[in-house]
Design a protein around this ligand. Structure first.
Ligand SMILES: [Zn+2]
Length: 197
């Protein structure tokens, strides 16, 4: 199986949105902000924003034989944007920083058979890191390419169809107990903020 069930929850979209909601509530409380539909929607978009290149990926992946979407997936790039935003809007700057950090930390937990890791220090370094069963692994650029080739071969030999629906479902993640608990905490915390406002 390409994705283990317990691994899917670690960087699924459902978890991005659940943790995104919890982070939105915490940062809003710290900044003494009331619930705002505008900022909440923005927070949900920001939680998934590093994966924005998923859209061109899903359209072009077969033509260009892509096996992952990683063209803008660099923490320092997003943290830099948060820093600029911070100078104009400290609340939004911290909110986006926390959401981006959460996204990349979650993504650092390997979910795939052949992890390529996160390039935490790009553009200063092309090395990448991932965490598997509590251990941190570092990959050089050559090792990352090796992993991508292995993934490509694995999918080809397996005859994986990789339909658009499959690609989306893999990222949505299965509705596991953990996922449901996270979503429950998210709903409780947003309700708390709403009632408090
Ligand atoms: Zn991501």
């Amino acid at each position: 199986m390409l994705f283990k069930l317990e691994d899917i929850i670690q960087n699924s979209m459902l978890q991005d949105f659940s943790l995104g909601t919890i982070i939105y509530v915490l940062v809003s409380i710290i900044f003494g902000r009331d619930f705002s539909a505008y900022y909440y929607l923005l927070a949900l978009v920001l939680a998934a924003l590093p994966d924005i290149d998923f859209i061109p990926y899903i359209i072009f992946r077969k033509r260009l034989s892509l096996v992952t979407h990683r063209s803008v997936h660099y923490p320092l790039v997003f943290f830099g944007v948060s820093l600029i935003v911070f100078t104009r809007n400290p609340y939004l700057g911290i909110l986006s920083l926390a959401l981006f950090a959460n996204h990349f930390v979650a993504d650092s937990f390997s979910a795939t058979e052949y992890p390529t890791g996160i390039r935490w220090f790009f553009p200063f370094s092309k090395k990448s890191w991932y965490i598997l069963q509590g251990k941190i692994y570092k990959l050089t650029e050559a090792q990352q390419n090796e992993q991508l080739d292995k993934r490509k071969n694995f999918w080809n030999t397996k005859g994986e169809k990789r339909t658009a629906l499959w690609e989306i479902m893999v990222r949505l993640g299965a509705l596991t107990l953990n996922g449901v608990i996270f979503a429950g905490i998210a709903i409780a915390s947003i309700t708390f903020l709403l009632l408090r406002s």
